[in-house]
Design a protein around this ligand. Structure first.
Ligand SMILES: *Cc1c(COP(=O)(O)O)cnc(C)c1O
Length: 438
């Protein structure tokens, strides 16, 4: 550890933020965001609005005929990639037993692990950014107008156009997977810079799709930096910037509108007497940030959003708590950023997301890897739902926020965001399952 970290000694940091001591010890913690504001007050600083999210939704609608054509599993939903919202009463019972506490409201699972085509939350953010890039190129080259049927994107002439363009991204796995799947389907040349955390099957699958995978021995931050460097050298390339991208963020945020529709369909009305609590696994922040942001715009003060991070990668927590965002990494405090939750293995958070969510986020908590594997097994046993480790970080959330934090928990609706897992190979999932038995 350095003697001076971002202008302060370690002792200075610990004095200012005593919770850092627990974070450095990689203990599980809960941080309440005391700087959260009322929605009316918080929204004054916003530069984006519902209109921007609606534009992203419209773009998904325009591309639906293309998605339906290329990803056959979207036939039933006519090319719209969306996941179910499921009650998980058996898991709720399991958790209540484990915590020896009862949850007054319903526990729902937002099943993004089932998202078609990419099997994770990245099917919204990653797909949106690539589709927007493809649309921009097609419009600019006179291949299409916004009123045409976008099924045409499956035609050979579009592939001929896109093969002269490359897309570059840095990832711990799932973002690369989603960008690679949609990018190569459209005909782009795709290069994915993978961090050391990335699972082998994700790299294999990408190569099978025709993407170039460059493997790095270091963590996420380096993979992104290498991707950015490569993109700067090639003017025909397009860099998907996971740390700063508004288009990723808006793609993720579309989930909020659709969730509202799903709640309406279940006759669940969110209001002052029935608040909504949402728990989102957080890596660099774009996915959970986009969803939380969309939910705040729709439900305002009646929704409470929480991020969940691994005890070894609490980067967003440190960034938001200290207001230093991307100026600090977990490694600065001697935390190793090593976790089986590969999707969350991010040592330095997005400042764009941290700043945007500062007035809106209710809190962040951390979860140990052992706990993620325990949740994995419980969910598999009780509900027959199989998630990758990252996707389980939201699971204990309702119980973490119950304790004396002053949230209006009576008669609440709890949604745990399951962010990925349906594409994990069977043998790998068996290994995950068995790890919790050791
Ligand atoms: C990417 C990812 C997240 C977190 O999203 P960020 O944008 O990195 O914060 C959570 N869970 C899974 C499974 C992911 O792939």
């Amino acid at each position: 550890m350095k003697n001076v970290i971002a202008g302060k000694t370690l002792e200075g940091w610990l004095n200012a933020y005593p919770l850092l001591e627990n974070l450095i010890e990689t203990e599980e913690v809960f941080w309440k965001n005391e700087r959260k504001q009322s929605f009316d007050k918080g929204k004054k600083t916003l530069s984006i609005s519902l209109k921007d999210i609606n534009e992203a939704e419209d773009r998904f609608q325009r591309f639906a005929p293309y998605i339906r054509e290329v990803f056959l599993e979207t036939e039933d939903t006519k090319g719209i990639i969306e996941s179910p919202l499921r009650a998980v009463p058996k898991m709720k019972k399991q958790l209540e037993g484990l915590y020896k506490k009862s949850l007054s409201g319903e526990l729902l699972l937002k099943c993004d692990h089932e998202l078609a085509a990419a099997g994770s939350i990245k099917a919204r953010g990653g797909f949106h950014e690539v589709l927007k890039h493809a649309e921009t190129l097609a419009l600019k080259n006179g291949f299409i107008t916004k009123n045409d049927n976008y099924r045409a994107f499956a035609n050979l002439e579009f592939k001929e156009l896109f093969k002269n363009h490359s897309i570059i991204v840095g990832s711990t796995g799932n973002l690369g997977l989603s960008i690679g799947i949609i990018g190569t389907a459209l005909g782009f040349r795709v290069t994915v810079h993978m961090s050391a955390d990335a699972r082998q099957w994700k790299k294999d699958l990408l190569r099978e799709k025709g993407a170039v995978v460059i493997e790095h021995a270091d963590d996420y931050g380096l993979a992104v930096a290498e991707g950015r460097k490569e993109a700067e050298k090639d003017p025909s390339s397009y860099f998907v910037d996971d740390e700063n991208s508004l288009d990723l963020f808006l793609g993720y945020a579309v989930a909020a509108r659709r969730l509202k529709t799903q709640l309406d369909e279940k006759n669940i009305v969110i209001n002052e007497d029935r608040p909504l609590f949402v728990y989102l696994p957080c890596g660099v922040g774009g996915g959970p940030g986009g969803v939380a942001f969309g939910l705040k715009l729709l439900f305002q003060d009646n929704v409470h959003c929480f991020f969940a991070e691994p005890t070894h990668s609490p980067s967003m927590l440190i960034g938001m708590m200290t207001k230093k965002h991307d100026k600090l990494s977990v490694q600065d405090f001697g935390i190793d950023n090593k976790t089986a939750a590969d999707g969350l293995a991010v040592g330095r958070p997005s400042a764009f997301v941290g700043q945007m969510l500062a007035p809106f986020l209710s809190g962040i908590y951390t979860v140990s890897d052992n706990y993620l594997f325990l949740m994995l097994r419980h969910l598999a046993d009780s509900e027959k739902i199989f998630l990758e480790p990252s996707a389980l970080a939201g699971m204990p959330g309702p119980f973490k926020s119950l304790d004396d934090h002053g949230f209006p928990i009576d008669n609440a609706v709890y949604i745990v965001w399951a962010t990925g897992g349906s594409m994990v190979p069977k043998s790998e999932m068996e290994d995950y399952y068995n790890r919790s038995l050791k």
